[in-house]
Design a protein around this ligand. Structure first.
Ligand SMILES: [Zn+2]
Length: 392
């Protein structure tokens, strides 16, 4: 096996133990062999890659995204109704943008026609370049729900059949829509569309197969029901109430924040600029942000990050956290280790530690001194030991 020694002036391993100077990562095949002071790891037979004034960090985990959508082009649900070939082909450039931004693992939260199963297989066979994917197949939505463009399943028997169909096709997790969403007309962010009996059935079917359940939900009673019924993660959570946060704490429910799509000028704001009802929801959730996020921090909820199809802008998620009072290292842990925990792969990825997959990113400069996470600041992307990007 060939060995490579990656060195840089700074290293943060994602475990939360702080930055270390002049440390290196020794990679053997697709695994990390050792992390330690550069001089102690010097191996004569190892190829050396020195990043200089940069910070080595774990590869980023985008815990909530899609392959085919581009929010800045508007009408995301309409994009999911376009011809399947059109959707699949657009995934190629989206995947490249994800890699450019340092994402080495991505959790896909709903696609049409098995596109996510096929794209995952093509990446694994080396035909396509992209992050390592975890996929859901068609997400479940009620007939009158927010994600109804993806797949409709109603009633206990209906959701049971839909979950089993996805599992048969190879789903790594189950995704369903509970409350309304920002990017659809006529859905209210607090209203919810599945009853407790349907939620319970989705969770029971998924957990029996050893799969996790993620739910699109913003706030209100629908979130509490999901937490109580054992859903593993709340996605977005833009309007979480005190009661929601308390229920999530009690049940150990994780939160996946997706702030870029609602805040970045190239997100929903641009794509749906001509839809006043959607823009009103964008403004309402922005206005609630400070209060809701204070609640999340106060309850010490564990959170991971997702771009929700803002391909290439993962660094914006990290920057948003730092702007809202999270310290730079904790923001990095959310972007790496917590993402791996939400997916359930923390034994294998999410930190720079011996024995784990060699998923490594180098960011320009001293990250803790001055966090720089824009696409141009990503200088190295290593996925499973393979160098996908290198800008010395
Ligand atoms: Zn989404």
């Amino acid at each position: 096996m060939s060995r490579t020694l990656y060195t840089a002036r700074h290293l943060i391993d994602g475990t939360g133990r702080g930055a270390r100077a002049d440390h290196a990562v020794l990679v053997n095949g697709d695994r990390i062999e050792a992390v330690g002071p550069a001089n102690s790891l010097a191996a004569d037979d190892a190829h050396r890659v020195d990043l200089g004034d940069a910070t080595l960090v774990p590869g980023f985990v985008d815990a909530h995204t899609h392959l085919t959508i581009r929010p800045g082009e508007g009408d995301q649900h309409g994009q999911l109704r376009r011809p399947h070939v059109w959707q699949a082909l657009r995934a190629v450039r989206n995947l490249a943008a994800m890699v450019d931004s340092g994402v080495t693992t991505a959790r896909i939260m709903g696609e049409q026609a098995g596109i996510d199963f096929t794209v995952k297989a093509l990446i694994e066979s080396g035909e396509l370049e992209g992050p390592r994917l975890f996929v859901s197949g068609t997400a479940l939505s009620a007939t009158n729900g927010h994600g109804a463009a993806l797949g409709v399943a109603d009633g206990v028997d209906g959701v049971r059949h839909a979950v089993r169909t996805n599992l048969r096709d190879g789903a790594d997790h189950v995704k369903f829509f509970m409350t309304g969403g920002v990017s659809s007309s006529g859905t209210d962010l607090y209203a919810y569309h599945y009853g407790r009996d349907e939620v319970r059935c989705i969770v029971e079917e998924a957990h029996r197969a050893g799969r996790r359940v993620a739910v699109h939900a913003h706030g209100g009673e629908g979130v509490t029901i999901c937490a109580e019924e054992g859903v593993d993660s709340i996605e977005h959570g833009g309007l979480l109430t005190d009661e929601n946060v308390a229920a999530m704490s009690r049940h150990g429910t994780a939160l996946v924040l997706t702030k870029t799509i609602g805040h970045h000028p190239d997100g929903i704001e641009r794509g749906d600029a001509h839809r006043p009802d959607i823009l009103a929801k964008v403004r309402a959730s922005r206005a609630a942000d400070a209060e809701v996020f204070a609640r999340v921090l106060g309850a010490r909820l564990r959170f991971a990050l997702g771009t929700d199809s803002m391909h290439g802008l993962f660094g914006y998620e990290i920057a948003w956290l730092i702007e809202h009072g999270v310290d730079a290292e904790a923001a990095l842990v959310a972007a790496t280790r917590h993402g791996a925990e939400v997916i359930g792969i923390e034994a294998d990825a999410g930190t720079l530690e011996a024995g784990k997959r060699a998923d490594i990113v180098a960011l320009t400069g001293d990250y803790l001194g001055e966090p720089r996470t824009a696409p141009d600041d990503v200088r190295l992307v290593v996925k499973g030991g393979a160098v996908l990007r290198l800008r010395p």
